[in-house]
Design a protein. Structure first.
Length: 409
């Protein structure tokens, strides 16, 4: 039975109800020796406690898309079939343009919000470069299947979750497609194809976006195999001008790192409450070795780049949760690298989905302008001089922040 499936949730609800009713009916009716009656009552209490805790966990998990499968929860699954040494560029010397196209089979995704705004589809991808075998979720913008756009190539944004986190979280919890679809129809935001690949590739560890020979090639999975699958199956703009990557928390760290490390693959990146040093995530694979840690720190990558990468970065954060890391990147950046920092005040909330959900639309408005897909004039995110009296959504999105990019240095 699926961890996130409706049958499992309904089963737990039914068991929780039974666990409440059972003691009411049997507590005083138990017969037999005192020891057996005490044992039976303890078992009923334990059953009630277990079902209640399990139900709360499942509700929280489903709301935040933390664990997709039982293997993710128990730390027993792996999606890495091989992890060859792929070299500095992550290709292993493979001529990517000579790889034959592979047509994927896509199926509708079940779950909360997955059928909204045209529906999310999923496919299983065998990474021919990375050696990763994992699922990738795809949502197509409203224009994609319209006759008037049948010859149009579309921009793409890869969406990365935090750790632990499900690839479905951007759709199921942040409602990215539901928020953006109406604005795409109105021409206020570019019609992006939204692609969410699995990022938890090994049990019990944040594989992030690191290539570790003999262990995992997460970077090549995200920046080579997933884009290759999308290019093979959909009408998309070429890299880098038509490609961006976005993430929150650990996914924000990876989004920034991938863009800075591969300006030939991505034009822009969005990081919501991300960080620079992988050691911030104590389960990070990249933090377990000093050389890997340096190689996956976008701040250090910017500093040592012989030629500043031609990428645009959108970084949001609160004090002590992403803001300082974002400012460090902006100070380190040199043209043509551009960095926009959005200050989120502490009273907007903590490191949660509720903080990131209101930031989706402002971030995608920024992506629309950065990737040359200008829809209408005057749709950039406004900045008010004070956060006093602002709503939570305004605070979380940065639109009511008292410190803007131009003033906070």
């Amino acid at each position: 039975m699926s961890l996130t499936g409706t049958p499992f949730l309904y089963t737990l609800i039914a068991l929780s109800a039974v666990a409440v009713v059972l003691p009411l009916l049997l507590w005083s009716r138990l017969r037999g020796p005192r020891v057996l009656r005490a044992a039976a009552r303890i078992m009923m209490l334990l059953f009630a406690q277990t079902t209640a805790v399990s139900l709360v966990f499942v509700l929280v998990n489903n709301a935040n898309n933390l664990y997709d499968t039982w293997d993710d929860l128990l730390g027993t699954g792996t999606h890495v079939q091989q992890a060859a040494d792929l070299g500095a560029d992550g290709t292993g010397g493979i001529a990517l343009d000579r790889l034959p196209k592979v047509r994927q089979k896509f199926t509708p995704v079940n779950g909360a919000a997955m059928h909204a705004a045209g529906g999310v589809r999923v496919t299983q991808v065998q990474g021919r470069v990375s050696g990763v075998n994992a699922e990738v979720y795809v949502w197509l913008p409203p224009q994609y299947n319209e006759p008037a756009y049948k010859h149009l190539a579309f921009p793409v944004v890869e969406l990365l979750p935090g750790y632990p986190g499900s690839a479905k979280s951007w759709y199921g919890t942040l409602h990215v497609h539901e928020q953006l679809a109406p604005l795409m129809r109105e021409g206020k935001i570019a019609p992006f194809i939204l692609v969410a690949p699995r990022t938890t590739l090994l049990p019990g560890v944040d594989t992030g976006c690191a290539n570790v020979a003999g262990t995992v090639n997460a970077d090549s999975w995200l920046s080579i195999d997933v884009p290759k699958m999308v290019t093979d199956n959909f009408r998309v703009l070429p890299a880098p001008k038509g490609w961006a990557v976005a993430g929150y928390s650990a996914g924000g760290h990876c989004a920034t790192k991938l863009a800075v490390a591969h300006p030939n693959r991505y034009r822009a990146a969005v990081s919501l409450s991300g960080y620079n040093d992988p050691i911030i995530e104590h389960n990070s694979l990249a933090a377990q070795d000093s050389a890997l840690r340096r190689a996956n720190n976008p701040y250090l990558l910017l500093g040592k780049a012989a030629v500043p990468p031609s990428v645009a970065l959108y970084l949001s954060g609160q004090p002590h949760d992403g803001y300082e890391a974002a400012m460090a990147l902006r100070r380190e950046a040199k043209a043509p690298t551009t960095v926009r920092v959005v200050y989120i005040p502490s009273n907007a909330g903590g490191h949660t989905m509720e903080l990131w959900r209101p930031q989706v639309v402002p971030a995608f408005r920024w992506l629309t302008t950065q990737m040359g897909q200008h829809a209408i004039a005057g749709t950039s995110t406004p900045h008010a001089p004070s956060s006093g009296g602002s709503k939570h959504a305004e605070l979380a999105s940065g639109t009511a922040s008292r410190a803007t990019e131009g003033r906070k240095r």
